[in-house]
Design a protein around this ligand. Sequence first.
Ligand SMILES: NC(=O)C1=CN([C@@H]2O[C@H](COP(=O)(O)OP(=O)(O)OC[C@H]3O[C@@H](n4cnc5c(N)ncnc54)[C@H](OP(=O)(O)O)[C@@H]3O)[C@@H](O)[C@H]2O)C=CC1
Ligand SMILES: Nc1nc(=O)c2c([nH]1)NC[C@@H]1CN(c3ccc(C(=O)N[C@@H](CCC(=O)O)C(=O)O)cc3)C=[N+]21
Length: 279
Amino acid sequence: MLINGKEISKQIKEDIKKEVELLKEEGKRIPCLAVILIGEDPASQVYVRNKIRACEFVGMKSMTISKDASFTQEELLALIDSLNKNEEVDGILVQLPVPDHIDEQAIIEAIDPIKDVDGFHPSNVAKLVLNEDGLVPCTPQGMMCMLDAINYDLDGKEVVVVGRSNIVGKPVSLLCLHRNATVTIAHSHTGNLRDVTKRADVLIAAIGKPKFFDSSYVKEGAVVLDVGMNRDENNKLCGDVDFDDVVDKVQAITPVPGGVGPMTIALLMSNTLKSYKAR
Ligand SMILES: NC(=O)C1=CN([C@@H]2O[C@H](COP(=O)(O)OP(=O)(O)OC[C@H]3O[C@@H](n4cnc5c(N)ncnc54)[C@H](OP(=O)(O)O)[C@@H]3O)[C@@H](O)[C@H]2O)C=CC1
Ligand SMILES: Nc1nc(=O)c2c([nH]1)NC[C@@H]1CN(c3ccc(C(=O)N[C@@H](CCC(=O)O)C(=O)O)cc3)C=[N+]21
């Protein structure tokens, strides 16, 4: 079975659109997402464009602030400070990665946690660890929505997450743990990776290596969530999973494109609405 992220994300956005229309009818302020893009990374430009499109679709305001790679850390901190104080702005997202001369963690910590729609601020991270209500990173939340869409119950299941980044691997592991899965986090120092992933009822691939996981890494009947966004030898977008080799062996799998990516965008809209309501 294919888990269609495009369709599931469309449904989420339709629901948000209705809520925003209601706000408009009531004459209320419209939610607004501010996206900061530094430098000219082509992939980042695609994602930012998708975010702007999604804002248009759901009827939210978006504010895109593009700066060239020479923008300094002080300038960026001052910009974030002004967006923190701007009553019209509900969500602030700084597109990652930022250029080397900027301290990523300092930037993340400068964003007001209530406007931190990425869920990367330490106070939101702490809430996620404690399973308290806060802003949860979009991609992991999107993956939970995909499992919900196929009525997959994680309780008691073996989940193996490959990748331990702060934006995907760690937070998705916590969400699975909160749903009573037995969670293993693997990474580049993991020995016998194949033996580990072969145990997985749910395999979450988030390493950024094109088509790395072929069928030899996957248990028969597993559910595979592919987070990877890579270019293959023909410069075509592909995931971390060798889709064609794996598809016949699994219960369900997410494609790339059209899988986890669109979910990330939909959950970003959802987080922006959440910030709006919290304010
Ligand atoms: N679809 C979406 O919405 C999103 C997609 N992405 C994509 O997901 C992928 C991962 O992104 P991100 O989480 O930022 O990743 P990072 O590049 O920050 O981290 C990669 C992780 O994978 C691990 N890893 C790398 N190579 C191997 C290997 N051969 N075997 C086992 N583990 C390995 C690394 O281990 P170690 O820690 O030891 O270095 C690290 O933990 C990328 O392709 C990215 O573009 C990211 C965000 C959102
Ligand atoms: N602060 C921050 N927050 C992020 O959430 C963040 C980030 N920085 N930096 C980069 C990663 C990556 N990411 C994606 C978003 C959308 C798609 C997406 O829309 N993908 C489509 C198609 C993309 C295309 O056509 O190239 C798909 O998979 O179908 C993918 C990946 C968010 N990230």
